[in-house]
Design a protein around this ligand. Structure first.
Ligand code: ZN
Length: 191
């Protein structure tokens, strides 16, 4: 990356940090929200071996439209059409009910552009590891298992975009599932 690219990447990180500044993740650690988009961008670069500035910027910005007051035109103004359209590709349609929204992600995944598919996979890899490490309050083992099944269905439509990320997703999923089996065995073994 040349130095302009570094600046553009840092601008995206700074913008996202400001937009998410008073938000926390749902997990029991309630970590600062910005940790998540930074982890997704890092996964794309390290695991996915992606050196594509608009994708890395979109990863940093991927939840700004869904979860903050950020608008499409604001993203276009600051980061251009390409980044804005990648963010919108991975933004849930909030006019849908929660169940429909989740089904829509599954149905829509095969039609995403390859860059948005890679972003989606990196997002799910990080969500799975967050949920297993620090599940949101009230998420029992069953709820976590359902999340894993849903994430697997979404990612099955995205796998063709990046073999490294697809493999890393499989590993995260297998580890999470074996964890859940252990948790179930533990609770079943108790009187
Ligand atoms: Zn996300």
């Amino acid at each position: 990356m040349n130095s302009n690219h570094h600046l553009d990447l840092l601008r995206a990180a700074h913008f996202a940090a400001r937009k998410h500044c008073d938000q926390r993740r749902k997990g029991e650690e309630a970590s600062p929200y910005i940790n998540h988009p930074i982890a997704v961008a890092e996964t794309l670069a390290r695991v996915g071996q992606i050196d594509d500035l608009p994708v890395l910027q979109a990863a940093l910005l991927h939840d700004t439209v869904e979860d903050t007051d950020t608008t499409e035109s604001e993203l276009i103004e600051h980061f251009g059409e390409e980044v804005a359209s990648l963010v919108l590709e991975v933004t849930d349609n909030k006019s849908l009910e929660k169940y429909e929204r989740k089904q829509h992600q599954v149905d829509h995944a095969p039609f995403l552009t390859p860059r948005a598919k890679a972003l989606k996979m990196a997002d799910k890899i990080n969500n799975i590891s967050d949920i297993m490490r620090a599940p949101p309050a009230g998420w029992d083992v069953q709820r976590r298992a359902e999340y894993l099944d849903w994430a697997e269905r979404v990612v099955s439509g995205c796998r063709d975009a990046n073999a490294h990320l697809a493999r890393a997703f499989d590993e995260a999923l297998a580890e999470a599932r074996s964890n859940i089996v252990d948790l179930n065995n533990y609770s079943n073994s108790r009187p």
